[in-house]
Design a protein around this ligand. Structure first.
Ligand SMILES: [Zn+2]
Length: 306
């Protein structure tokens, strides 16, 4: 049996699966992974099912790590909470309008730290990954949606800055083309996300050519296919404009890119050039780098919350 001192448990609630990791802080290395377990989220089976499934997974992870009691717990999940602590903007829609945070704390009888998944990504990359050592880091997710999180080192310890409304870092819904841009689920038109997420790039290519191709294939056709090049160039231009706006406000030391679209190498060459064209500065010293934690960023970031 291992004492729970210096041990933390992270939960990453995704659209399809929920993952748990148990980490022990070591003096020799940042962390040792004691256990990792996962289960399907099954949001379609309703609120009580997700609540009980999450609680059970936490208990199962602690047991798998050989812990006699529950350690410090952090949970990363999509969306946010209202002033009254009710979940909102979650793509697991059965959580919306429900006091998931309070209910999970009550079910397990202990405090639990929560953050949204983009903030967990930014925290994990700042503590353990591509933005290590940054005083201020911006974690930008370009995946099926576009999100982001801000991490600021407080006396050397990186902390999430989520802001008054909890929307700090949410650059995906900065509006670039309010009159003519594509309609967004947030009710506005022309949000950054509508140009920059994977599905938006694929849709732009399909609209231009009448052919449906996956993102990576479009990216690989840039040399041979003018439509592919145009679509990618358009995304890079939006990326440059939007990220320059973020840099204008936050001026972070490092921007870490995550999500499927961030695997396109062109974001680190022509993408950075586009940011340089739009940023309010003669030089761009901001490091714009690829994620290092891969799919584990969410669950590690959650474990770093408490
Ligand atoms: Zn929007």
């Amino acid at each position: 049996v291992i004492a729970t001192h210096d041990i933390r448990l992270g939960i990453d609630m995704g659209g399809t699966k929920t993952e748990a990791v148990v980490l022990r802080r070591l003096s020799s290395a940042p962390f040792e992974e004691l256990a990792r377990v996962r289960r399907p989220t099954e949001a379609q089976r309703g609120y009580e099912h997700v609540l009980e499934g999450t609680a059970t997974l936490i208990e199962e992870a602690a047991r798998a790590a050989g812990l006699a009691e529950l350690p410090l717990i952090g949970v990363g999940m999509p969306g946010n909470v209202t002033e009254d602590g009710l979940s909102k903007n979650s793509n697991a829609t059965c959580l919306n309008g429900r006091p998931f945070r309070a209910d999970l704390r009550a079910r397990l009888g202990r405090p639990i730290a929560f953050a949204n998944d983009a903030n967990c990504f930014a925290l994990a990359e700042t503590v353990l990954g591509a933005a290590r050592g940054a005083r201020v880091a911006f974690g930008a997710i370009l995946g099926t949606g576009v999100g982001g999180g801000v991490v600021i080192a407080d006396r050397g310890v990186p902390k999430i800055w989520d802001g008054l409304q909890g929307v700090a870092g949410e650059w995906g819904h900065i509006v670039l083309e309010p009159e003519t841009g594509p309609l967004c689920y947030c009710t506005r038109r022309g949000c950054v996300e509508r140009f920059l997420c994977g599905p938006a790039i694929e849709a732009a290519y399909a609209a231009k050519t009448g052919e449906k191709r996956p993102l990576m294939e479009i990216a690989s056709r840039q040399e041979s296919d003018p439509a592919a090049r145009e679509v990618i160039d358009r995304a890079l231009e939006v990326f440059g404009r939007a990220l320059a706006a973020v840099i204008g406000v936050l001026d972070p030391d490092v921007v870490v890119l995550g999500g499927g679209v961030s695997n396109l190498d062109v974001f680190y060459t022509k993408g950075v050039e586009a940011v340089r064209r739009w940023v309010f500065s003669d030089t761009l010293r901001t490091r714009i780098v690829k994620h290092q934690m891969g799919d584990s960023a969410g669950v590690f970031g959650a474990a770093l919350l408490p």
